[in-house]
Design a protein around this ligand. Structure first.
Ligand SMILES: O=C(O)CCC(=O)C(=O)O
Length: 254
């Protein structure tokens, strides 16, 4: 359950890693079975698609109110790799479930996650990353996340007002380094550095593209002083302690 030398080298040089089918089909089914409870949640932690309030775009902090997603955030197949990369235990300061339903879901403009975490949550050091678990097949048609490999080494492109990176900076990085779509079967996992430039196109295909993201930082990187709601950023999250490997398969009591 550890990363190989070449995976560690790729994370350092490219700023991302794709781990195909880390979860088995039955585990993906258990994650999918949890979605209806999460999706009907009402409250400010549920973000809807612009212009269509009936469509959920994103749900923050599902791990705080759904047992299956709570267990996922403590899964040893994730945390063993994360601890290897950080060299110490991690804490979770945000989770978000990006629903990206078929036909009418918007994309995400090019950005670096660190810009949000810095301007809204007070993070000073980009010693953090995002981890995403695919609930669906992610393919060229349903709006995969695209990364500019190695762009994390170009530093923070500060935008005090918004998430987006100016087109000229994206073009310069993409022309030098290229763009890679992160695709794979359900149960795959992506890890990316907080400074990597990434974004995604709308999903106009008939197929959903659901990804559960965890934003994590080493336990020693306690720099957060969020200016936003609890569900956006938990500055005091405890160290993530792994559950048994079969934790998703263990019965969830009602
Ligand atoms: O899921 C996607 O397509 C991109 C999401 C993203 O970049 C983010 O939530 O920061």
């Amino acid at each position: 359950m550890t990363l190989s030398h070449s995976q560690l080298a790729q994370m350092a040089s490219d700023g991302y890693l794709l781990l195909p089918a880390l979860f088995d089909a039955d585990e993906v089914e258990l994650l999918r079975a949890a979605v209806p409870e999460v999706i009907v949640r009402q409250g400010p932690e549920v973000i809807r698609e612009d212009g269509d309030a009936s469509m959920v775009r994103m749900i923050f902090a599902a791990h705080t109110f759904n047992e299956t997603f709570r267990r996922l955030t403590l899964h040893p197949r994730l945390l063993s790799r994360v601890e290897q990369l950080f060299g110490e235990p991690a804490y979770l300061f945000q989770s978000r479930f990006n629903v990206k339903s078929g036909f009418h879901s918007a994309g995400w403009a090019w950005h670096q996650d660190f810009n949000q975490w810095h301007r809204l949550d007070g993070m000073q050091t980009p010693n953090a990353m995002a981890l995403g678990v695919f609930l669906d097949d992610v393919n060229p048609c349903n709006g995969p996340v695209m990364v500019i490999p190695g762009s994390h080494k170009r530093g923070h492109i500060f935008n005090p007002d918004a998430m987006d990176i100016p087109d000229a900076d994206v073009a310069a990085a993409a022309n030098d380094l290229g763009i890679i779509p992160l695709m794979g079967p359900p149960g795959s996992v992506v890890l990316f550095h907080s400074l990597i430039i990434h974004g995604s196109a709308p999903n106009v295909s008939p197929w959903p593209r659901r990804i559960f993201y965890m934003n994590i930082s080493p336990i020693s990187n306690r720099e957060l002083s969020p200016k936003r709601e609890w569900f956006h950023c938990d500055a005091d999250g405890p160290a993530l302690v792994p559950l048994p490997d079969d934790c998703l398969r263990q019965k969830v009591s009602a």
